[in-house]
Every structure is written in structure tokens, then in C-alpha cells.
Ligand binder design. Sequence first.
Ligand code: G3H
Ligand code: 13P
Ligand code: ZN
Length: 335
Amino acid sequence: MVSYKELGLVNTRAMFAAAVKGGYAIPAFNFNTMEQMQAIVQAAVETKSPVIMQVSKGARNYANATILRYMAQGAVEYAKELGCAHPEIVLHLDHGDSFELCKDCIDMGFSSVMIDGSALPYEENIALTKKVVEYAHKYDVTVEAELGVLAGVEDEVASEVSHYTKPEEVIDFATRTGCDSLAISIGTSHGAYKFKPEQCTRDPKTGKLVPPPLAFDVLHEIEKKLPGFPIVLHGSSSVPQEEVDTINAYGGKLPDAVGIPEEQLREASKSAVCKINIDSDSRLAMTAAVRKYLAENPSHFDPRQYLKPARDNMKKMYIHKIVDVLGSDNKLLQK
Ligand code: G3H
Ligand code: 13P
Ligand code: ZN
């Protein structure tokens, strides 16, 4: 059993309380590779932002659970080396789908876990979440739960249609489970194709797809039921058009990829939404830079040559999210 405290990580409690009160959101960036980890840490240090580094079950399968845990420990030391005296880095399990997986992560030094019982019947979601909370809280690990189902694929948790969170359920759910934060469904979804073209309108000037707005009325109802309670938004990549255009210009094929407009994420950050999950935008930033580099330098084959611009492009994106969208820059609790 390794405590995250020995690794220099923090849980989400204090940073969420400050974010809800201060009207900003903490970035939760998924990572699978060293370059993503480096870019996240560089961006967080340069902007003096707290940050959540999250690991999905797929990431554990790809990179190996032990390696990712040591990378998070390395991230804390790297942040210090870059000049941040007191980094606020959370190592979080994204979309945990069983008690055993959550326990395994807690036992190996994660400071926060998500138990995603959103595809289960309501009472089963409560029972599973409560069991994880009881175990996690013994070690001061914070727990994110989910109520309402996002459209699209969430690791193995799948649903064809988007079911918004029912505001009338949130008090009962939060009270009975004891969870520390709640992921809700208000119209976001995972991946680079969040909406079908027929769900969107077209901007007459640019011809680009304009997605339907998020259900802010549902969010505000939830905020009224649970004043000050930390709310989480999954599926919050914006799918930047310039990255999609670069990918398509250099041999990729991502027709009609569409994400959540940043103005709406900016608005959500000012509410009780205090954690915003971004994975796809990092994938797009990395792929765009690699495709461009390799197309322009066909004789190069050293991975460092194309992964460096990929890392720089991800870092630029992370800084943009922190400073221009979520507003978590200069929000470290300990200077
Ligand atoms: O919510 C899903 C995240 O984007 C993680 O995706 O399961 O492909 O690692 P993944
Ligand atoms: P995106 O696919 O929009 O980046 O969402 C990521 C996410 O919600 C991870 O849990
Ligand atoms: Zn998610």
C-alpha cells in the first residue's frame, strides 16, 4: 500500500472547494505517454495552475499501471525541478468500472478515483459508489461518481442516447453515496464526433457545423439542489478546427468532427462545474503536429524529431485551456 501523500500528490478536496467558490474549473487532462505528461506539467507550472492527470482503464492497458503511477510521481518531481515549490497534482482514475479497479489504484498511490456506475440501475450505482467511497475515504482519497449517461463510448460503459442527469435525483445520490464530486450529463459526449451533422446547424459564413447548446438549465437546477457541491463535465474537448484542418490537410480523414464550443465551457467553469475533462483535444494536437512534421520531413525517422513538435503543440493547447477557457491559472493554494 502506497499513500499518494508520500508521492507528493494531493486529492481534489481543497482545489474543488476553491474552484467552486472562485468561479473557475480545474483541468483534468488524460495521459498515456511521457510526452503528454511532460506537456501537462510544463503547462501547469508555467501557468501556476493546479492540475488533474487522469488515467483511463485503456491507458493502464496501453502503458502499464505501474509505469503510469511512477510517471505521476515523476511529474511531481519534474514540476519542482521546473520551479514550482508546491505543485498541486492529482493522480485520478478516469471511468473506473469496478470496486476492484478503484481499490487497486488507491492502493498504488492514486489520490482520486472515479467510479462510473452511470450505466447501472440507480440503486446499483448507489451501492457500488458507496462501497468505493467507504474504502477511498479511509485513505483520504476523493471519489467522483456519475449520474446520467453521456452518449457515445465511455471506455466499456456505452449508451446510444444521451440521458441528462435528473436534478431530482442528485440530493439523494450525493447524500447516500458520500461522493466528493458528481459527473453530470448535460449534452457533452466523448471523442471528436460529439454530435451528428443532423443535430447541428451550419454557419452560413464558414459552412462549419454549429452544435446544439449544452443544457445549462439542467446544470442550474442541479446547482440549486446541491449548492456548492463540485460538479464535473466529461466529454469537454472543443475539437479545434485548426487541428482538424491540419490533420485533414496532411493525409488524415476526420470529416465533420465537432466538439463543445469554448464559450460554453467558459460559462460552465464559472458555475459549480469545477473539473473539466479533456482528452480528445490532446490527441488531435499530437496527431496534427506529427502528421505535419512527417509530411514536411519525409526523410526523418527519429521519433524525437516528430514528438517534440507534438509535445509543444499539446503544451500550447493545455496553456490555452487553462488561461483562456477554465481560468485556473494562478490558482495554486500554496504559493
Ligand atoms: O473518457 C474517455 C477518455 O477519453 C479515455 O479514453 O479509454 O480511450 O483511454 P480511452
Ligand atoms: P473528450 O473526449 O471530450 O476529450 O472527453 C474526455 C473525457 O471525458 C475523459 O473522461
Ligand atoms: Zn469521461
